[in-house]
Design a binder for this molecule. Structure first.
Ligand SMILES: [Zn+2]
Length: 168
């Protein structure tokens, strides 16, 4: 179980609660698709303003920043950068172009479909380092987004590359 958060709770705890509820056959009420009315939202804001919880106090903000810093000191900021890049429309579009060009077929073992990955032929880590792990620089770094430097690999072949998941 990695470090992660679901609905403002550590994923581990959240999943444990879900499992317990499931085992007991309890289904928590879902708010999915429901919207507050405007009046309701204003009421909530007004109430929060009254009891002083609308904004964090400077002290609280400082505490949050500190704990965030400790968290990323622990897990590392580089992997977060990769996640952030992979979460962009630009990345998904880049990947789609390569998948379509390669006909959704692994270029090494010719397996079609299944769990496909998009691999940077020249290691992505080199470019990330060149961008000094700066998100905006990475997003605008042409070599990182060069279609010619991408290839379709199945999960197995990708994992077998010497640079899989490695950062510099
Ligand atoms: Zn393959």
């Amino acid at each position: 179980m990695g470090i992660g958060w679901i609905n403002g709770m550590p994923a581990e705890i959240k999943l444990k609660i879900s499992a317990t509820l499931k085992a007991k056959g309890i289904k928590p009420p879902s708010n999915k698709g429901k919207h507050f009315t405007k009046e309701h939202v204003y009421k909530i804001i007004e109430a929060k303003r009254k009891n002083g919880s609308l904004y964090h106090t400077a002290e609280r903000t400082e505490k949050i920043q500190q704990s965030r810093k400790r968290f990323y000191d622990k897990v590392g900021r580089k992997s977060k950068l990769v996640d952030r890049i992979k979460n962009t429309k630009k990345y998904r579009a880049w990947r789609k172009v390569i998948f379509e060009r390669d006909n959704y077929t692994c270029v090494l073992c010719n397996k079609r479909g299944g769990k496909l990955h998009c691999d940077h032929i020249i290691q992505k880590a080199i470019y990330l380092k060149a961008c000094q792990y700066d998100y905006n620089r990475c997003m605008n770094y042409a070599s990182l987004w060069d279609i010619k430097n991408g290839r379709t690999l199945c999960y197995k072949c990708h994992k077998a590359t010497s640079t899989y998941g490695k950062l510099l």
